[in-house]
Every structure is written in C-alpha cells, then in structure tokens.
Design a protein around this ligand. Sequence first.
Ligand code: SF4
Length: 294
Amino acid sequence: MLPIKYEGDVFRPPSEAKSLILQATIGCSHNRCTFCSMYKRKKFRIRNLDEIKKEIVLTSRMLPHTRRVFLADGNALAVPTEQLLETLELLDQSFPGLERVSLYGNPYDLLEKSRAELIKLREHKMGIVYLGIESGSARVLERIKKGVTPDQIAEGALRAKAAKVPLSITVLNGLAGLEGSDEDARENALLLNRIDPEYLGLLSLMTVPGTTTHRQFSRGELTPLGPWEMLKEIRMIVEGLNLSNCTFRANHASNYLPLKAVLSRDQEKLLASIDQVIEQKAPGSLKSEYLRGL
Ligand code: SF4
C-alpha cells in the first residue's frame, strides 16, 4: 500500500492513469464554476511542504522507478513558485528516472507566474499543464463564472507557450445550450487558434444535479444539446481550427463519438469521418446516454 493518505476524492486527466499522484493542494482555489462539483466539499489549501516531502521520500522507496508524477488537486499550479520548485527538485532527486511532472492549472494561475518562473518550472521537469478553458466565448465564460475572459486565457496560455511549457487544453461542449451552440463553437475555434496548443481535448457537457448549470438547463433557461447537436458543435470547432501540430482527442467518457487525430494534419479526414456519421445517422453509431460518464 502506498504511504499516501489522499484527502477526499482525487481527480486526474485520463492520460495520467499511470502516474504517481501526489496532492500538492487540496481542492480548487477558484471553486466557483457553475457546472463543476468536483471540489465543492473541499476547502482550498496549499499543502505543507513537509507533509509532501514525507510522502515523496516514503514513496520513492516503494516505487523508485516512477517516471511520471501528477500533482493534484484542482490547480496545483496555484502553489507559489518557490515551493513548487522545491517539490519538483525533491521529486527529481527521489526518482532517478523521472521524466515529467504534470498538474492542473487555471488560466489565472498562468497569469500569476512570470515567463521566467514558467521557464524555471519547465527546466525542473514541469512537463505539461492541463488547462480547462471550457469555452472561448466571453458570454459563456461569464455565465459559468470561470473568472477569466478569453483575452486573459490567451495571455496566460501564450505566456506558457513562450516558456515552452506544453499545454493540454480542455473545452466543454454544450455549455452555451442549443441557442448559443454555433457562436460558442466559432469562438472556441478562434481562441484555440490564438493559443495553438500542443494537446486539445473536447468533453461533452453532462450536467451535475445540485449545480447552477444543472438548474439553468432544468428550468429551460438553456436548451440541452442532443447527441447529434453535440457532434455538430464538435464538427464546427474542428472545421474552424488552424493548428500547427496538436494532438486532438474527443474520446472522453462523456463524448458520444470517440474521435482522435493530429491537427491540422488529419483535419480533412476527421471532418469527413464526422460527416459520414452525421449523414448516415446509423443506429448505434453514437454512444447511448447510459454509457456516458464524467
Ligand atoms: S476551475 Fe476547474 S476545478 Fe475549479 S471550479 Fe472551475 S472547473 Fe472546477
């Protein structure tokens, strides 16, 4: 058994399934997005470095060959740079084969760090920042209380890019409802083109009971997208993208149709495959509702 006592539920991106997970923070420093219930039961705090050090030292004896570490919780990038550097240094000393440390960040965490700090963090093996931007639309971002504007997201993301810190960006489809779907898709593509991320993941909204977003959809203030409408929204984003070399994934458990490609290289092929599914509307071509998950 690992010598780590995780506090509450711990979340990680699917691509970090094989990473050692350490909690550098508890909860999310923002914790106000109207669709998100992940950290509602946690009061945000940055964990004491001594606690983390103890876990790293003990874990390194059991798993000395660890190559990847994911720092949880919601936004470990909120940890002050000096403390984050100390954590990264200790990880590097404790795990001789360490290749990469990754973490979740909020767009404003990137704005809090200077380019020089981000370079230093990257030099200490901070190899990827998972950045949930959710939408490129100012209207949607305001409604979901993301706490940042598209310009601020672009500024933070471009600072990371200037520091050569790879970004994995997540967009949440369906947030604008049917009435705002086209506009949201267009604005998502515009913002993503400004950022030109290394990785991009599209998730499809599943509203969580008890959240404001769930209430807004239940009261009819917004119309939920059906499976085909969700796929059309995704298609519209893909069509509007102009990226240099991005690993694109829309194969999360919430998506109705698993998609993956390298963009822009495979863009035409990807669009053609989506069109074929939309045209044929074959029964069973999209995931059934009961098989979707968060
Ligand atoms: S910033 Fe992320 S983790 Fe925090 S409330 Fe928003 S979606 Fe949830």
